[in-house]
Design a binder for this molecule. Structure first.
Ligand SMILES: Cc1cc2nc3c(=O)[nH]c(=O)nc-3n(C[C@H](O)[C@H](O)[C@H](O)COP(=O)(O)OP(=O)(O)OC[C@H]3O[C@@H](n4cnc5c(N)ncnc54)[C@H](O)[C@@H]3O)c2cc1C
Length: 570
């Protein structure tokens, strides 16, 4: 077997692994990164690129004052009996340091999200905006010849071949029909994208997760940190109870990589492994009843390797994964895509009903809460699907699933069987096999709520997030709108995930701990491989990448012997 050595071996090129690798490199360590896929970036490239980062310095720029006491109380409330004080303190103390460190020393830059509220605002300690930050867009040309090694976006996230980024970009796209400035902006974006695709085969205006990942990639390139692609870590090398490296496999065979200081596991969790899902997901794990938006090649390698080295998997979390409602998209070429229902489900004029034709939850809740609503109404066979329903006005104003708003054509989605249509409520009910009288009664009752602006059944509109994903200009409630103008449409929604929360148990420095709670020398786990710091809760936008990048930074500093002491506040 070939041999190679380094100070630090990082397994995986998602944002969490990249953060650890970059921090180690900036602290003068010799870092080697291995990546199972032929391209850089992992699920991170598909993501929204948002990080939940309480106390970040951008808050001052937008006039937001955060309170350490407030955020601590909010997290305590969110995490219930899974509150881990030491890890939460480490997160809270290191988030602001992490943001400053990367912005001051690398190409990793963020912009603030003043209107993205914490997901359970107005709970005490929450904020109506400003804790989440998003990666600043970047042009793919900055990756130079390495661009070909950068993961391409998911098909479902593209509109006319380009990704619409959060922030001003999205605002312009939504306002293009009402504002000349926005229309001109969109025309320019489309033109540039057309040009990029003609010459580079892809849109190069990276936003969101692609921007986050590309910014980490550029920073690693600038520091000459080597990445071995198509190289899968198979097992850890354990010497006398210490992790001393890993055996990796590529098309050229196996190599033993000796890491003098540490191995950082950052393989992105287990969303792609039906076996792991069967073990850890409480609802039906079958491929047809649960769909992941994460990389299907993220198959739990990190959890398996960490367990073999004496680590333990923390599976006692509030949620096994950050859930996301999805729908299965039948493409003309016979492939099935997965669409995430992030915004549409909370728009005025759209509701969700079960197979009895009844509403069963606040549709404007966070995606994690929404999927818990789906799981809660599952039939005895485990089928947790439901129907997202809207009238013509809502569907053409806001879109539904992969069906885009007017003027984008939509009838091919009816022919493909994705979008169900009925001229009347009863016609639609027959189409989707729900009792027509029940569906009509549900819609009539909801329409009365829309008139008063108060959802007496599920309090939709009571949380800031409900209104954020609604339509802030809609009255009397941004979240509630009548379904009255036929035809009516429906899309089937299923439980899905964007990553996993169950992971290796770690301490406040991201060191993997054994059954006695003692750190295993030389072994760190970050990102989805590190059991979620919020005990499986999702307090705000970016609750996986926020901790992922922060603990990547924490691990890097600890390996370099630079970590700050976490002080308890109690
Ligand atoms: C559509 C979508 C939107 C999202 N939006 C957000 C958001 O805005 N904010 C947020 O916080 N979260 C978001 N998420 C979740 C977030 O993307 C993930 O939690 C995060 O990217 C996980 O990062 P990671 O570094 O742990 O793993 P990844 O980014 O998946 O990287 C893991 C890497 O490890 C590699 N790997 C796996 N096994 C091996 C092995 N054995 N050897 C070598 N390499 C290996 C993989 O190929 C992969 O490249 C979103 C996810 C999706 C799908």
């Amino acid at each position: 077997m070939d041999r190679r050595d380094c100070d630090v071996l990082v397994i995986g090129t998602g944002a969490s692994g990249a953060a650890a690798a970059l921090t180690c490199s900036l602290n003068g360590l010799d870092v080697l990164v291995v990546e199972k896929e032929d391209v850089f970036g992992g699920t991170t490239v598909y993501s929204g690129g948002w990080l939940w980062a309480p106390g970040n310095f951008h808050q001052a720029e937008i006039g937001v004052t955060d309170s350490a006491e407030g955020v601590r109380g909010y997290i305590r409330d969110e995490t219930k009996n899974r509150f881990d004080e030491t890890k939460v303190e480490s997160f809270l103390q290191n988030v602001p340091r992490m943001v400053e460190f990367f912005e001051n020393n690398t190409s990793v830059k963020f912009f603030p999200g003043p209107v993205l509220p914490d997901y359970h605002s107005p709970k005490p300690g929450s904020l109506p905006g400003g804790r989440s930050i998003c990666a600043l867009p970047i042009n793919g040309r900055e990756l130079g010849k390495h661009l070909r090694k950068f993961r391409k976006p998911r098909r479902e996230l593209l509109f006319a071949g380009l990704t619409i980024a959060s922030g001003p970009d999205m605002k312009h796209f939504f306002s293009a029909r009402r504002s000349v400035v926005s229309a001109a902006y969109v025309a320019k974006r489309l033109l540039l994208s057309f040009w990029d695709r003609a010459f580079y085969g892809r849109d190069l205006q990276f936003g969101n997760g692609a921007a986050l990942s590309a910014r980490f990639f550029k920073s690693l390139i600038d520091r000459n940190v080597p990445v071995l692609y198509g190289t899968r870590a198979e097992r850890l090398v354990v010497d006398n109870g210490c992790v001393a490296g890993a055996v990796v496999k590529s098309k050229d065979g196996q190599t033993e990589i000796i890491a003098r200081r540490a191995v950082v596991i950052a393989t992105g969790g287990f969303s792609g492994s039906v076996d792991h899902r069967k073990k850890y997901f409480p609802h039906s794990p079958s491929a047809s009843q649960h769909r992941t938006l994460a990389l299907t090649t993220n198959t739990g390698d990190g959890l398996d390797m960490g367990s073999q080295a004496g680590g333990i998997v923390d599976d006692k979390l509030l949620n096994a994964a950050p859930w996301m409602p999805v729908s299965a998209v039948p493409y003309p070429d016979g492939t099935i895509g997965t669409f995430m229902h992030l915004l549409d489900r909370g728009k005025p004029g759209l509701i969700t009903v079960n197979t009895l034709g009844k509403r069963f939850m606040n549709e404007g809740a966070s995606y994690v809460d929404y999927v818990n609503g789906l799981i809660g109404q599952a039939r005895p066979d485990g089928d947790a699907s439901a129907w997202l329903i809207g009238d013509h006005r809502a569907v053409r104003t806001y879109g539904i699933g992969i069906v885009k708003p007017s003027p984008v054509p939509y009838k091919h989605w009816i022919r493909a069987g994705y979008l169900k249509k009925g001229d009347t409520i009863e016609d639609l009910a027959h189409e989707i096999a729900v009792p027509p009288e029940a569906l009509r009664a549900t819609i009539e009752r909801f329409n009365r709520f829309a008139e008063t602006g108060e959802d007496a059944d599920f309090q939709r509109g009571s949380e800031d997030y409900n209104n954020y994903i609604g339509d802030l200009e809609h009255r009397p409630s941004p979240s509630l709108g009548k379904l009255e103008v036929g035809p009516f449409y429906a899309v089937q929604v299923l439980p899905g995930d964007i990553s996993t929360f169950i992971g290796l148990k770690t301490d406040e420095n991201a060191r993997v701990v054994d059954t006695k709670g003692k750190p295993i020398p030389g072994l760190y786990a970050v990102g989805a491989d590190n059991a979620n710091v919020f005990g499986g809760a999702y307090p705000g936008g970016g609750s996986t990448l926020g901790p992922g990048v922060t603990f990547g930074f924490v691990a890097g500093e600890h390996i370099a012997g630079r970590s700050s002491q976490v002080s308890s506040t109690h």
